[in-house]
Design a protein around this ligand. Sequence first.
Ligand code: C5P
Length: 225
Amino acid sequence: ALPRDLEGRRVVISAGGTREALDPVRYLGNRSSGKQGYALARVAAQRGADVTLVAGHTADLADPAGVRVVRIGSAVELRDAMHAESPSADAVVMAAAVADFRPLGLSPSKIKKGDREPAPIRLAVNPDILVELVKARPSGQIVVGFAAETGDETGDVLHHGRAKLARKGVDLLVVNAVGDGLAFEMEDNAGWLLSAEGDERPIPHGSKARLAATLWDAVVPLLGT
Ligand code: C5P
């Protein structure tokens, strides 16, 4: 049986990818399936947590049992939902793949092919939601980020991960090596779990549910009474 060590705790988890509209029918998106975030929500609920899942675009995933699901489209909508949901949370996990940029100036009508050179797409920078959530957090709240890093060597991936942990100010960072059949759209995941206290634990190759259990195991001791 799973431990009920998240009973009485409220957790907010983001999952899936954002879609940044170009016009009423087109968007810039990414390949996030949402599977890792959904696994985190499912496992947290099984361990007794009150779970809110803020879900962007995902593969065709069923809502996890006993979890409240809030749907969002763009990064700006995700930001608003996270700021609305997170103040009363004991732990916040940003597993969503957030677009770093959004098209500047949404076209109100479908962009036409025309017969001239295509117009360049101008982009604006999206807010870093994780950094904002760390700044806004109530005392005692645990904030967790994910980082998908490419690197030829484990050392590169870890190096980027450590820098990101510090830059974002999170308590825990899950670092996944991506590229070449790793992480995105896959059933399995592997990587490293880094903590602000300097712990670095390898996460062995395994299911996304397994990784979720490993992450909650690391969060529980950080939660206050
Ligand atoms: O900087 P990078 O995109 O690699 O950071 C990944 C982490 O930051 C993830 O936890 C992701 O959900 C979060 N993120 C965010 N807002 C952004 C970009 C990433 O919250 N604009």
